[in-house]
Design a protein around this ligand. Structure first.
Ligand SMILES: [Zn+2]
Length: 226
């Protein structure tokens, strides 16, 4: 029971963190204008392309088949936030508007013009830098796979890596009962099989930061090797 309660609490906290993150991303200069029209202050996220768009375009883009979420109403998953951090209107512009000449082409204004602009952009893919799109999509997926499980929850290794290293370094080597408040998933009881070196160094050599860089507990392969 405790666990369920705690998980629900942690999930809520995570949602708050995600909402905060979206707001931070929204404050970036490249995200202050709708990706599909000149309207400022977008309040929606195109989850399919990881762009920030206005209310009007959030309706129009659904016609193209893209998924949209309202920033004020929706909740965002960890993978969605990560993708949004890696994307945004700046990256999307490089991908979808490569060679687009904003000077010679008037920005779409009316709904009809926006629809036409979207058609050229997403159906005709008139300005699409396809290779970059594929590369970007791949790296986003790879990062998500590395950091999140199938349910979109951070993998335990991820939470461990995110823990400030100083916190780990100062932990006495013997403590087996350090509470792990950051883990979201039930963690197996076995502690990491890490032995810290004795602390009586006499040589001038700096001991390597064993705790901070050692691989995750047994049974888990390091993220990089995947
Ligand atoms: Zn718009």
């Amino acid at each position: 029971m405790m666990e369920t309660k705690q998980t629900a609490l942690q999930a809520r906290k995570l949602q708050e963190v995600h909402a905060q993150k979206v707001k931070e991303l929204l404050r970036l200069p490249e995200n202050k204008k709708c990706f599909d029209c000149p309207i400022k202050s977008p309040f929606f996220v195109n989850v399919t392309l990881q762009t920030f768009i206005c209310s009007r375009c959030s309706g129009l883009i659904r016609e193209v088949g893209h998924r949209v979420k309202s920033i004020s109403v929706s909740t965002f998953t960890g993978p969605e936030i990560l993708a949004l951090e890696m994307g945004g209107n700046g990256v999307a512009s490089t991908i979808w508007l490569h060679g687009f000449n904003a000077k010679s082409t008037p920005e779409p204004d009316t709904d009809t013009e926006v629809r036409e602009f979207m058609r050229q952009k997403y159906y005709d893919q008139k300005w699409l830098l396809r290779d970059l799109w594929i590369d970007h999509d791949k790296s986003v997926k790879r990062c998500i796979d590395e950091l999140f499980d199938e349910d979109g929850l951070p993998k335990p290794t991820f939470t461990k890596q995110r823990r400030p290293s100083s916190q780990i370094a100062i932990a006495p080597p013997k403590t087996k009962h350090v509470p792990a408040p950051l883990t979201l998933l039930p963690v197996p009881a076995s502690p990491p099989a890490i032995k810290t070196a004795p602390l009586h160094f006499t040589s001038a050599h700096q001991p390597p930061p064993i705790m901070a860089t050692s691989p995750p507990p047994q049974g888990e392969s390091p993220v990089e090797q995947k």
